[in-house]
Each structure stands twice: as structure tokens, then as C-alpha cells.
Design a protein around this ligand. Structure first.
Ligand SMILES: Cc1cc2nc3c(=O)[nH]c(=O)nc-3n(C[C@H](O)[C@H](O)[C@H](O)COP(=O)(O)OP(=O)(O)OC[C@H]3O[C@@H](n4cnc5c(N)ncnc54)[C@H](O)[C@@H]3O)c2cc1C
Length: 460
């Protein structure tokens, strides 16, 4: 519980109007896009590195938890104040400080929304590729702290691949400058990347330098339907090893198609799997050459239909189904648990089978979509959270899924992070030495366990 004296000190740092302990704010900050909830004691909206540093010094002196928060779109409980304390909202640190095409980089504050940066870069012919589906609201600070990815991961990688430098306020209140504005560097430990995916547990990111890419000007889009999951899985394996790298390769399984058809008028064919793909390049011929190769592999793997978009409207129509998935699932029940498995590319078909088997064993429907081009699959379980029995079954099924997927070399999370939802499963993927090393790092940076406690199984 944060004492009144400490609250007064926080008001001194950020100003009366940027502090709140009103119930309406505490309820809003108690959760994110996950099923987890716990109220903080108070919240602040920070506007400068100096304010963040002063708050961290105070937190270490008065010993209260601090949870950095971007847009609060985490799907795994990363942003939930598990042990109460202070929520530090970084959304007002939203300046794009520099765009330098000559250096191929941007410097931004952490509260800049992904889409706002994209709007500035597109007319200049550049982009920051990760493109999470939540990019209209999620912040770049949140993207870095979760190593966010998106549908272009197979070709362009994830946030980690673009972070050149970070300014980070450490739990002690000291300001660390890690990395440089050089596109390449082998100088010392890669401290900047250590904060990528650290989920606000090691430091508060207050400035970000990102590498940017020239944006391809042409794309081609195609969709194929498959009679079996095995056919679709084999097509994926052959595409990724064919020498052509699609910018997007997505799968939707039978249960997803059924859910879309029952809740929209998109009228997808009743098949076991759909693959959607996009290729890109700097000329129409470059994009077309690649899409034709891929369509050939669709056909060679028993696709029952292969359709290529001939103009942007047709391409948008093909993508409409994929884009509708999350909203369709949220209509099925009051909670959707979205899993975020990632597996080696050769294991995609095996993983789809595992998902089907686990669903059947627990009597659950696990509609699955995924960025199969980079092995990232999202089975979604729509269920009634208010029914404790249902919740128990869902959690048991999720646990078995993670156990089986990590046993074949997969990872607990491809892009959403560990947070609260995957913390109990860390041991499945990370052995005792890895866990000991992660806990030692946390202790080194944050000996009083101030920053975002209760996450990533760092305390046991
Ligand atoms: C509909 C929907 C679709 C999504 N699609 C994708 C997707 O395609 N790809 C993907 O990767 N994710 C996706 N997500 C998950 C989520 O949007 C991402 O994890 C995103 O990167 C979180 O950004 P945020 O600003 O909302 O961060 P928050 O949720 O506020 O925070 C996430 C974590 O980052 C930490 N953090 C935030 N800012 C800072 C900072 N400045 N310094 C230190 N730590 C900080 C927080 O403490 C927390 O641990 C989706 C979520 C939703 C609801």
C-alpha cells in the first residue's frame, strides 16, 4: 500500500493533474487485454526522463512496485500490477524526435503509437516493419518491451532486429544509454537488446532509436484452400524452403473458418485450412514472380482452389476474413484466451495436429490462425470466465498445449510475452541454469524487486 506521504511526493514530481488515485483510473489500470486483474494504488502520467528517474529513486527509497505502461494492449497480463503499487503511464511521452533517412533511423519517445510513426514514414518511402495487429494503439515502448512482431515476421523479423539504441531509466534512478546510432557495432555487451522483451522488469525505456527499411512499393496477394491440414502444412514447409520468401504467409483452420462463416457474411469455403500469402518487391514483376512460385506450390500440395487478387480491392477482400478473426472470436463468449505458440518451421503441421488433439481431449474448440511463415500459431479459446469449472478446463488445456509444444522444440510465446499467463510454464522451456541466470540479472538490475514484480517467474 502506497502511503499518503509517498503519494504527495509523486504529485510533487509529476504535478497534481498528472497523478491519480481515483477509483475510475485504478479500475482502468487494473487490467490490460488479458483476463488478469489487480488494482494499483495510484497512477502517474509521466512526460520526461527526469520525472521517470525521480520516481524510480523514490520507489527504491519507499519500496513500492512500479509498472510501466504503454497502451495496455498486452494479451498475457504483462501490464497488470500484480502486486499493486504505481502504474507509470508513458503514453504522453509521444514525440517523434528525429527521422534521419541519411542514417536510416528514427529516434522516438516510448509513447509514440506504431501507426503514428508509420504515417510519417510511408510518404518518405520507409517503414518500421514489425507491424503488430494492435499497431493502431500499441506504443513503441510496449513493442520494444515485448519484442513485438506481426504478420511480416518471416521476411522482416521482429522489433529486436531494429533496435539500435535505448535510453533506459534503471530501477536505481540512474539513466543508462545503451547501443549507438550505428547500423553495425560489436562494441561491448549488447545492453540495448537485453531490454528488448524484458517486459518492464529491468528498466523504464524513455527513448528508442530504431533502424528503418525502405518500403517495398508493390505487393501481390493470393489465397488457397486445402482439403487437409497436412496438405497446408506441407505447402508451408515447401514454400519456406523454396528460395522465395513471402512477406506474409498466414493460416486459418477449419474451426476459424466455421466461426467466421457463422458470424460474418464473408462466405468462406467449407475446407480444413486456408493459406493467405503476400509477396512484395520494388516492381510488379518482382512481386508477381514470387507469388506465381508460391501458387505453384499450393497447387502441388492438393489445393482445392487458388485465387490471386488482380487489384487492391480484391486483395482487401481476401484479407477481410483474416482481419475479422479476433473480433469474431470475442463475439463467441466473454473471454478469449489467445495462445501464442511458436515452433520450428518444420514442426508447423505437427503443431496443428497437437492443437486438434488437445482440443478434442478437453472438449474445447481451439480455432487457430497463425503467421505460419515464421512458425507462430495463435489457437484462441473463447470461454466463460465467470464459470470456474470452464476456466479450470481451459487452463489445463493451455498447459498441456504448452508442455507438448515445448517438448518438440517450440517456445511459450512468439510475440505476446510471458507476463502472468505464461509465468507458471517458464520451466517447460527454460532449464534451471537459464532461470538462475535470468533471476540473477533481475537481482543485479533491480535488487529490491521494484519494477513490474510478479512476472516471468523471476522471483521463485
Ligand atoms: C487485438 C490485439 C492484437 C494484437 N496483435 C499483436 C501482434 O500482432 N503482435 C504482437 O507482438 N502483439 C500483439 N498484441 C499484443 C500487444 O499489442 C503487444 O504486446 C504490444 O507490443 C504492447 O504494446 P502496449 O503499448 O500496449 O504495451 P503495454 O501492454 O502497455 O505493455 C506491455 C509490456 O511492456 C512494458 N512497457 C510498456 N512501455 C514500457 C516502457 N516505456 N519501458 C519499459 N517497459 C514498458 C509493460 O510494463 C508491459 O510489461 C495484440 C493485442 C491485441 C489486443
Amino acid at each position: 500500500m502506497i502511503k499518503q506521504k509517498t503519494k504527495d511526493a509523486l504529485k510533487q514530481i509529476v504535478g497534481e493533474e498528472s497523478f491519480s488515485d481515483q477509483v475510475i483510473d485504478l479500475v482502468a489500470f487494473a487490467t490490460d487485454a488479458s483476463e488478469y486483474k489487480n488494482r494499483p494504488d495510484c497512477a502517474v502520467w509521466v512526460t520526461s526522463t527526469e520525472q521517470v528517474a525521480a520516481i524510480m529513486k523514490l520507489a527504491n527509497q519507499d519500496l513500492f512496485p512500479v509498472v510501466p505502461r504503454g497502451a495496455g494492449t498486452s494479451l498475457a497480463g504483462l501490464t497488470v500490477p500484480a502486486e499493486g503499487g504505481l502504474v507509470m503511464d508513458l503514453g504522453r511521452m509521444d514525440k517523434i524526435i528525429k527521422i534521419s533517412l541519411n542514417d536510416r533511423l528514427v529516434v522516438v519517445q516510448p509513447g509514440v503509437v506504431y501507426a503514428d510513426l508509420d504515417k510519417k514514414l510511408t510518404p518518405l518511402g520507409f517503414f518500421f516493419p514489425p507491424d503488430p495487429a494492435s499497431g493502431m494503439v500499441a506504443t513503441l515502448g510496449g513493442n520494444v518491451a515485448t519484442n513485438a512482431g506481426g504478420i511480416r515476421g518471416a521476411k522482416y523479423g521482429t522489433t529486436r532486429d531494429y533496435v539500435l539504441a535505448l535510453e533506459v531509466v534503471l530501477p536505481s534512478g540512474e539513466v543508462l544509454h545503451a547501443g549507438s546510432q550505428c547500423i553495425k557495432s560489436s562494441s561491448g555487451y549488447d545492453l540495448a537488446r537485453m531490454f528488448v522483451g524484458s517486459e518492464g522488469t529491468l528498466g523504464v525505456i524513455t527513448e528508442i532509436t530504431l533502424k528503418i527499411n525502405p518500403k517495398p512499393t508493390e505487393t501481390a496477394t493470393a489465397m488457397a484452400t486445402f482439403p487437409t491440414l497436412e496438405d497446408a502444412g506441407r505447402a508451408v514447409t515447401q514454400i519456406v524452403s523454396s528460395g522465395v520468401l513471402p512477406s506474409v504467409l498466414e493460416i486459418m483452420d477449419r474451426l476459424t473458418i466455421k466461426a467466421i462463416n457463422e458470424n460474418t457474411d464473408l462466405g468462406l469455403p467449407d475446407v480444413e485450412a486456408v493459406l493467405l500469402t503476400e509477396t512484395d518487391g520494388y516492381t510488379a514483376e518482382e512481386a508477381a514472380f514470387q507469388i506465381e512460385r508460391i501458387m505453384g506450390l499450393f497447387k502441388a500440395n492438393n489445393a482445392t482452389s487458388v485465387q490471386m487478387a488482380t487489384d487492391p480491392e480484391e486483395a482487401a477482400a481476401l484479407w477481410a476474413a483474416r482481419k475479422s478473426v479476433y473480433s469474431v472470436l470475442t463475439r463467441l463468449n466473454n473471454t478469449v484466451a489467445v495462445e501464442d505458440l511458436a515452433v520450428p518451421l518444420s514442426k508447423v503441421a505437427d503443431t496443428l495436429k497437437i492443437i486438434e488433439e488437445v482440443g478434442a481431449k478437453y472438449g474445447l474448440q481451439l480455432p487457430t490462425v497463425g503467421h505460419v511463415g515464421d512458425g507462430n500459431l495463435h489457437p484462441g479459446i473463447a470461454y466463460d470466465r465467470t464459470d470456474p469449472e470452464q476456466a479450470k478446463v481451459v487452463h489445463a488445456a493451455a498447459s498441456e498445449l504448452l508442455e507438448r509444444v515445448t517438448a518438440i522444440g517450440g517456445t511459450l510465446t512468439g510475440e505476446h510475452g510471458i507476463g502472468m499467463s505464461k509465468a507458471p510454464h517458464m520451466h517447460m522451456e527454460h532449464d534451471a541454469v537459464s532461470m538462475k541466470t535470468m533471476r540473477s540479472l533481475k537481482k543485479l538490475f533491480d535488487p529490491n524487486n521494484i519494477l513490474n514484480p510478479g512476472k516471468m517467474a523471476l522471483e521463485s
